[in-house]
Ligand binder design. Structure first.
Ligand code: SF4
Length: 430
């Protein structure tokens, strides 16, 4: 039996342009884009991320990613210390030496990212020039790219956007007369990628690529026959770069929860002319399994009130999932950045009257959160502990990036991530 979410039949979609997004500017409490290295280095198996930064950057990466004791690490920090402009030439030479040493010692590296950060000594270095210079020496064995993960320019998921955007200009060209192919963009766990590939194959969509690919040798070709399905909402620059290569985006919500996954796959099916009966047959079992998995958590979550602080840019799709499929009441959706075009379908599903706030003034937001006294607060690590100490129940938004949450088979796990804090509270109380 397929369980139809109650909310999805009672709320009509709204025109995205009608949805008000309030902007707030002030002090913000978010991770920087370096954090993306934690999941990207696991995804691209022959890539290495060399952060050009300070000791703070090294500590962040090391503590977020953990220490790799048994495997050769695939990230490191080249620490740039204080130097004036006159010392920049030396810094370039040092960087060249560090990269040469690394690549001599690690012949398994095929793709090297130089990742910029925010210390002023690093900002003075032109890393794109360094990447071009080093590429001339090491290509074709190693491709070298650069992007910024600086906390001044990026919040934590924007690191992935910057990384993927840096790859797009060098993707091979798809022939102008090639038949349409599907490109799924956004880092997904391999197991999720395989599930999507199987579902798409069941509806006869077989020309499917993923960006990022599992290795640099599998990077997809792109051109005017490329149809893009975004798996993550924070890929504004990557999408722009793909459009510059002729690719076209398929408008869709994001594949979180059974409803989001169905609409996301339906967008592909429509673009590739899949018969509705074939589509329904291809997804029926997985969708029913997702419905059953969600049912288990609805009893814990329905009717509870949730407040989102801005962190991952996943807040709008997550709020939609919690409201429409699990019956939660959304008090406020804070998001670091809301791209109205990429989020149009999500905005049309947002319940009327739900405040959406882009950017952050953390003190004002904390005041609103305390006044609302929600049952659950979704926020970054920096806010979670103080809010827990005040008696609020929290969920770390970073977990939503480290855990496979996309697609039908993960819908129950995604719901469980939000149900677990309540279970923990209950167990502590007895
Ligand atoms: S890039 Fe900036 S914000 Fe991020 S760890 Fe380094 S110094 Fe801190």
């Amino acid at each position: 039996m397929i369980t139809v979410p109650v909310a999805s039949v009672t709320r009509r979609p709204r025109a995205p342009a009608e949805v008000e997004i309030r902007r707030e500017r002030g002090q913000r409490e978010v991770f920087c884009g370096l954090t993306g290295i934690v999941w990207l280095h696991r995804k691209i198996q022959d890539a290495f991320f060399l952060v050009v930064g300070s000791r703070t950057c090294a500590h962040l990466i090391q503590s977020a990613a953990g220490v790799m004791i048994f495997a050769e690490p695939r990230f490191a920090t080249a620490i740039i210390t204080d130097r004036d402009l006159a010392g920049i030439a030396d810094a370039h030479e040092e960087l060249d030496r560090a990269v040469t040493r690394l690549l001599e010692r690690r012949p398994d590296i095929r793709l090297l990212f130089l990742v910029g950060s925010c210390p002023s000594e690093v900002i003075k270095l032109d890393l794109s020039r360094a990447a071009a210079r080093l590429s001339a020496t090491f290509s074709p064995r190693v491709q070298i790219r650069s992007y910024s993960g600086s906390g001044i320019e990026t919040t934590f998921t924007q690191g992935e956007d910057a990384c993927l955007a840096s790859l797009v200009p060098s993707l091979p060209a798809l022939a102008a007369d090639a038949p349409p192919s599907l490109l799924v963009v956004g880092a997904l766990a391999d197991v999720v990628e395989d599930q999507f590939r199987r579902l798409l194959a069941a509806m006869h969509i077989t020309r499917v690529d993923f960006l990022p690919a599992r290795t640099s040798r599998e990077l997809p070709a792109v051109g005017s026959a490329t149809r893009v399905l975004l798996a993550q909402p924070f890929l504004t620059d990557t999408m722009r770069a793909l459009e510059e290569r002729g690719a076209r985006r398929l408008p869709a919500p994001f594949p979180l929860g059974a409803e989001g996954t169905t609409a996301w796959l339906q967008a592909a099916a429509r673009a590739f002319g899949v018969d509705q009966a074939v589509f329904d047959g291809a997804i029926a079992e997985a969708r029913a399994r997702a419905g059953r998995a969600l049912e288990r958590h609805r009893a814990t979550l329905a009717g509870r009130r949730v407040f989102f602080f801005p962190d991952s840019q996943l807040e709008l799709p997550l709020a939609r999932f919690l409201a429409r499929e699990l019956g939660m009441e959304v008090v406020e959706i804070g998001t670091p950045y809301a791209n109205r075009t990429l989020l149009a379908e999500e905005l049309s599903w947002t319940a009327e009257g739900t405040p959406i706030v882009e950017g952050q003034d953390v003190d004002r937001q904390l005041d609103r959160c305390r006044a609302a006294a929600p049952d659950l607060v979704v926020c970054g690590l920096g806010l979670a502990n103080p809010l827990e100490a005040e008696g609020l129940v929290t969920k770390w938004s970073i977990e939503l990036l480290f855990t496979p949450i996309h697609g039908y088979e993960q819908a129950g796990d995604l719901a469980e991530l939000f149900a677990r804090p309540f279970d923990r509270r209950q167990r502590l109380a007895v």
